[in-house]
Ligand binder design. Sequence first.
Ligand code: PNS
Length: 166
Amino acid sequence: MSTVKAIYPGTFDPLTNGHLDLIGRGAKIVDHLVVAILRNADKGSPLFSVEERLEMLREAIAENGYRQVSVDTFDGLLVDFARSQGAQAVLRGLRAITDYEYEFPMAMMNRKLDPNLETLFMMPNEQYTYVSSRLIKGVFKLGGDVSELVPPLVLRRMLAKGAARR
Ligand code: PNS
């Protein structure tokens, strides 16, 4: 019997409830899901180091009991990482039409680079359609309440970082 392995790539800085929702959905339809944190992301100054993000993702996945989900990091091309993992698919979330504009060229470029790798899109619960790591970081830095938008274990670390900076 063939099994399906998918990669859910991203920067996850920080992990949001929307990401976790998508991990749960992905875990239901593939045999093995690898959540893959991009190491060399070119996105300004990160809130958390890659190692901290790895730890938080591992904790969140264990807390939710997702036994078919693992976490890893990657550098360079996603298609190369997917190939090294023996994955057949990439999972990405689509929240709104604006995501489609960002995702479509990436999916097509990945297909050009590796025609055997399929991109699967899933939509998170509608309550997370406006939730993004970028917005959460921005709101948090200005003292806003993001407690309903990130897992409690992420919030604790964000608050600890905020306190350490003060
Ligand atoms: O969380 P993000 O920033 O939306 O994730 C973007 C990510 C990591 C999926 C994308 O930047 C990526 O795959 N980067 C790896 C480099 C690569 O493969 N580029 C070519 C495909 S466009």
